[in-house]
Design a protein around this ligand. Structure first.
Ligand code: BGC
Length: 254
């Protein structure tokens, strides 16, 4: 049973959520713990919260952690909605030290990549052929690109320039809230964004994730795009589950 369990922590601009994960079912084991993201969200302050969550579960195995950032070999190269001090921080080394783990026992990856890993593995295991893109609509727009089920990490498709604007500043779910847009007004913006993306990478399937995917029936039917767009199955837990999967895979390969 132990081998089929993992642990994931999903770091966002407002909350840090973690839980033990059943790696066979792709589901949380019991209730997740959520602690508000410290302000300022410096690496050290965030690492304290991550440690508190992991310790609350008494978890001693490998840990996967997401950040809203480009991550290469554990190092953050950008920082969206978290303190800019993250840039150039070796996040994997920082968490490993704070958690008392050896090198390689903590894996850090982009939040949308983690959500995509979970979604492709557990949500749509039969739809992995070709080019599949998961888009998370939240405070920003995150993306995860898969070719035949294999992740191409760190795509930042939320930052495509559409009509002279950074796409996520026009079409993220937060923009709908801020500007009080109706579903149809927002769906027009999302369509415009997806058409821009489609013209560049011609995906076979787009999976729409993020909190707003809970209300997919309100806006997916309004999209005017070429590609089939389906709602994510795992919703808000996808980041935690995907992080746990990534940590488990790294542990198996080391
Ligand atoms: C960041 C991405 C992140 C996404 C969702 C974007 O602003 O650039 O790295 O995945 O937000 O959090």
């Amino acid at each position: 049973m132990g081998a089929a369990r993992g642990f994931g922590v999903d770091i966002g601009g407002s909350g840090i959520k973690g839980c033990e994960v059943d790696l066979v079912a792709g589901a949380l084991v019991g209730d997740r713990v959520r602690i508000p993201t410290p302000v300022p969200s410096t690496p050290e302050a965030v690492a304290e919260v991550v440690a508190e969550i992991v310790e609350r579960f008494g978890w001693t195995g490998p840990v996967g952690v997401t950040l809203p950032a480009v991550i290469k070999k554990g190092v953050a190269h950008s920082a969206a909605n978290i303190d800019k001090a993250w840039i150039d921080t070796d996040a994997a080394a920082l968490f490993a030290k704070r958690l008392g783990r050896r090198d390689g026992e903590v894996v850090v990856l982009n939040d949308a990549d983690a959500a995509g890993i979970a979604e492709v593995k557990y949500g749509r295991p039969d739809d992995q052929d070709g080019v599949v893109v998961l888009l998370t609509f939240g405070t920003g727009i995150g993306s995860a690109l898969f070719l035949d089920g294999k992740l191409v990490p760190n795509t930042e498709f939320g930052h495509l320039e559409i009509d002279g604007h950074d796409a996520e500043t026009r079409a993220a779910a937060s923009v709908k809230e801020e500007h009080d847009l109706s579903w149809s007004e927002w769906a027009k913006r999302v369509s415009r964004y997806i058409r821009g993306l489609e013209n560049l990478i011609w995906p076979d399937l787009i999976i729409a994730g993020g909190g707003v995917s809970k209300k997919a029936d309100k806006w997916l039917p309004l999209l005017e795009v070429r590609t089939t767009v389906v709602a994510a199955e795992l919703r808000n837990d996808a980041g935690i589950v995907g992080a746990a999967v990534a940590a488990q895979q790294a542990a198996e390969n080391s």
